[in-house]
Design a protein around this ligand. Structure first.
Ligand code: HEM
Length: 258
């Protein structure tokens, strides 16, 4: 683990230093997140001095956070979507029909993606049953009272999303079943008491949630436009949490061009 960490940090440090050198020598910045972050950082440090500046270590941590928080999560949610739509071909057909009605064979555009109702319902249901981030973890910085219990500083709290997402008291007796219909009236109507937390909630809610939904809908729409898919007999259903919730033995899916 330490070796991999050293390697990742060395790659990122190299990338950041190259970018900073290019910016200082007046070359055009790449219009990406790292470019914007470094540009802002250079400007702030010029205006406010060293106390306002992020260190290279801070920037490395931001890159790691964005990569891990932004890539793996969206990837596994799409993987589960393909698995669940393979298990429920009737929903796969409904989603394909919606996508073809809206876009035909053309590339989906931004406005069209926001009109995808069935696909959105499906993505919500996928993340309810298989939340890519399976729990929120917090530790008490100071003594805190929750309900009747007082906790000293340092206590760790773990909120398993899956318990909330599959609680029959909230979602009804069919809580464990794949039924995107429950999201037909939107998230707020489907999840009483805020029991739907794939992107967590409160002040540290996922800042990438709208982007992630857009990305997932775009990918799914492109796949549905061109392919039909079903589970291979080799697939073994084994959800497994390794930072994100993944199919432990992979997602073996047979894909056919439509
Ligand atoms: C399906 C995809 C995604 C899921 C399920 C997801 C889930 C989450 C969750 C549950 C948190 C809260 C973690 C905590 O407070 O302990 C979080 C935070 C965060 N997410 Fe996402 N995320 C997704 C996609 C993305 C994308 C695409 C980006 C960036 C482009 C992103 C960037 C972040 C960042 C930077 C934070 C930390 C926010 C903060 O602490 O203020 N996420 N995400």
């Amino acid at each position: 683990m330490k070796e991999i960490n050293r390697e990742v940090e060395a790659i990122l440090r190299d990338m950041i230093e190259q970018r900073v050198r290019a910016m200082i020598s007046g070359e055009a910045t790449s219009n990406d997140l790292l470019g914007i972050l470094l540009e802002t950082n250079i400007r702030e440090s010029q205006e406010g001095g060293i106390k306002n500046a992020m260190t290279t270590e801070d920037v490395i941590d931001e890159c790691k956070l964005f990569y891990i928080a932004g890539h793996e999560t969206t990837t596994v949610s799409l993987t589960w979507a393909l698995i669940l739509l393979s298990m429920h071909p009737e929903w796969q057909e409904r989603a394909r029909e919606e996508v073809l009605n809206l876009f035909g064979a053309s590339k989906p555009d931004y406005d069209g993606l926001s009109q995808l109702k069935i696909v959105t319902m499906i993505m919500h249901e996928v993340m309810r049953l298989y939340p890519p981030v399976n729990f929120t973890e917090r530790s008490a910085a100071a003594e805190v009272k929750l309900g009747e219990v007082t906790y000293p500083p340092g206590v760790h709290f773990l909120l398993p999303h899956i318990f909330l997402h599959r609680n029959p008291e909230t979602w009804g007796p069919n809580a464990n079943e794949f039924n995107p219909e429950r999201f037909a009236q939107g998230v707020a109507k489907a999840s009483v008491h805020g029991a739907f937390l794939p992107f967590s909630g409160g002040p540290r809610v996922c800042i990438g949630q709208n982007f992630a939904m857009l990305e997932a809908k775009l990918c799914l729409a492109r796949i549905l436009q061109h392919f039909r898919f079903e589970l291979s007999p080799a697939y073994a259903h084994a959800p497994y949490t390794l930072v994100t919730m993944q199919p432990q033995f992979g997602a073996q899916i047979i894909i056919r061009r439509c």
